[in-house]
Design a protein around this ligand. Structure first.
Ligand code: GNR
Ligand code: NI
Length: 174
């Protein structure tokens, strides 16, 4: 497995719409392995393939708190079948928008269908952090970042700072 470089905003590649995966084979599984390793290395809880520059509709997630008991999840071609009318607010971050955090409203629950690591069709009802994360990752597949939901002023400020910034500052909550 290989740790890949995570692209950060501003980068046009992050704005691409990812392509549907026709077949889950060895190449896709290797990509999922690399994505998972890259995500763990960066201390993230989710990663979309486009974040490492590959425009395929593939997501990995691990929201388990316990570092010893890993719980990797793989989603290929995920589709949201239904969304809750109730929304919830979560302070989101993104490995492609390093060190910036902001509150985002999203549907509290959603039902999704997807292919798993073995290409088998699955359905899943999610809520809480998992629902938030899956929606955040699915946005990446459409070229959308969480900062797109912020005011123009906040977004512009973040993008401007990111394009100047080279090294890691502390957490910046906007
Ligand atoms: O690591 C991540 N944490 C996170 C926290 C709140 C809401 C969404 C996320 S996803 C993010 C990793 C990432 O950028 N995935 O695309
Ligand atoms: Ni992200």
């Amino acid at each position: 497995m290989t740790i890949r470089k995570i692209l950060t905003e501003p980068n046009k590649i992050l704005r691409q719409v990812s392509k549907t995966v026709e077949f889950v084979g060895k190449e896709e599984q290797r990509l999922m392995d690399d994505m998972l390793e890259t995500m763990y290395h960066a201390n993230g809880i989710g990663l979309a393939a486009i974040q490492i520059g590959i425009p395929k509709r593939i997501i990995v997630l691990d929201i388990s708190k316990n570092k010893e008991k890993k719980n990797p999840m793989y989603f290929v071609n995920p589709v949201i079948n239904s969304k809750d009318s109730e929304s919830s607010t979560y302070e989101e971050g993104c490995l492609s928008v390093p060190n910036y955090f902001a509150e985002v409203d999203r549907p509290k629950k959603c039902k999704i269908q997807y292919l798993d690591y073995n290409g088998k069709k699955q359905i899943l009802e999610t809520d809480g952090l998992l629902a938030t994360c899956i929606q955040h990752e699915m946005d990446h597949l459409e070229g959308i970042l969480f900062i797109d939901y912020l005011s123009k002023l906040k977004k512009t400020m973040i993008v401007k700072k990111l394009s100047k910034q080279k090294e890691k500052p502390d957490r910046i909550i906007v």
